[in-house]
Design a protein around this ligand. Structure first.
Ligand code: SF4
Length: 357
């Protein structure tokens, strides 16, 4: 075994964090943890991981569940395409592979939501196959260790990093080695001020030698995120016997926040008032007339490629029959029933504000 792997594995054996998915070799659990970890910090992932497993303890339970249940259980974890892909992939594993995870990289990569990194993680961590992986943590460690100065996200650099990662994996030890490399990036070779004095591979690290730890990996200049102003309506219909109901609609299955429920609304156009926007969007998307009342709350939220300010208004249904043009379903529900549906984070803040009124 090369000194790099030997030192790293010895360090990992002593220093690894006790994380729930490190107690198992069940590919289903490892897969779930990897998908959750894709966009979320370890500490934030743990409660979602546990909640998801309590509801869907194995791949059949997930495959047989309605998508609405899956999205509701995922609620709050964000990046909902991950949940939709998990569900689709679970169906394939349950049906095509009779519940047994495939082991080949090619087959793993054919599953929805499984890219090069996740396939490498599953093959190595679940099955100890001699496969490399490169995620953000590994890229940072390798750029520094080998003194790679090119933009870490560029395609050519990524290829170089995958090649280094493959060369480093010691045969028969990929499970521990890959986790060790990621752990080093997460706890020692951290983005700012890495703790080089505690690093098991400091001896041959180019960045440490040249004092480039805080310069590498090189980054592309970041563009400012576009910002959108959105206005939405919580539309009430007054019932005589059963009390008030509010209108919610379910987004189309594909695309951003696909399959989640929301209060109808849309993007405010140039020179348009927020109130006018709500009434126009509701007319265009639902075919009904409403009266727009007072503002309930303004919510700020950032997605990966843009940020929004969402202004929510209390509205009253006036006339018309709902005819959807850009959602798959709608429902009139009692305010206390809103809890049963999966909403995106910004809409959940509106619901919380309604509760506090
Ligand atoms: S010596 Fe420092 S920069 Fe180099 S790999 Fe270790 S922590 Fe990272």
């Amino acid at each position: 075994m090369k000194p790099f792997a030997r030192k790293l594995l010895a360090w990992y054996a002593k220093n690894k964090r006790a994380l729930p998915w490190r107690k198992t070799r069940d590919p289903y659990r490892i897969w779930l943890s990897e998908i959750l970890l894709q966009q979320t910090r370890v500490e934030a992932v743990i409660p979602y991981y546990e909640k998801f497993l309590a509801r869907f303890p194995d791949v059949f339970a997930l495959a047989n569940a309605p998508l609405d249940d899956v999205l509701k259980t995922w609620e709050g974890a964000g990046y909902y395409a991950r949940a939709r892909n998990l569900h689709r992939a679970a169906k394939i594993i349950a049906e095509k592979y009779r519940g047994k995870f495939p082991r080949e990289i090619r087959e793993l990569r054919a599953l929805p939501g499984v890219g090069r990194y996740t396939a490498g993680a599953l093959a190595s961590i679940a099955f100890n196959a001699d496969e490399p992986l490169v995620d953000g943590n590994v890229a940072r460690v390798l750029c520094r260790y080998f003194g790679i100065r090119e933009d870490a996200k560029a395609t050519a650099t990524q290829e170089q990093l995958w090649k280094h990662a493959a060369d480093l994996v010691p045969r028969g030890h990929a499970r521990e080695f890959n986790q060790a490399l990621m752990e080093l990036g997460a706890t020692i070779c951290v983005p700012k001020n890495p703790r080089c004095l505690l690093c098991p591979v400091q001896k041959n690290c180019v960045a440490r030698e040249l004092g480039l730890q805080n310069v590498l990996p090189a980054k592309r200049a970041r563009k400012a995120l576009p910002h959108k102003i959105i206005a939405a309506g919580v539309i009430y219909k007054h019932g005589r016997s059963k009390g008030d109901k509010v209108l919610i609609q379910q987004r189309l299955s594909e695309g951003l926040l696909g399959g989640l429920w929301e209060f109808p609304g849309g993007k405010v156009e140039a020179d348009e008032s927020l109130e006018h926007c709500v009434a126009r969007e509701v007319r265009e998307e639902l075919g009904i007339e409403i009266r727009v009342g007072e503002k309930i709350i303004a919510v700020e939220h950032a997605y990966s490629h843009f940020s929004i300010t969402l202004h929510a208004f209390r509205c009253e249904f006036v006339a018309g029959r709902v005819k959807l043009s850009s959602a798959q379903k709608f429902k009139w529900v009692r305010p206390r029933e809103l809890e049963r549906y999966a909403f995106p984070a910004a809409n959940k803040k509106i619901i919380a504000a309604l509760r506090n009124e």
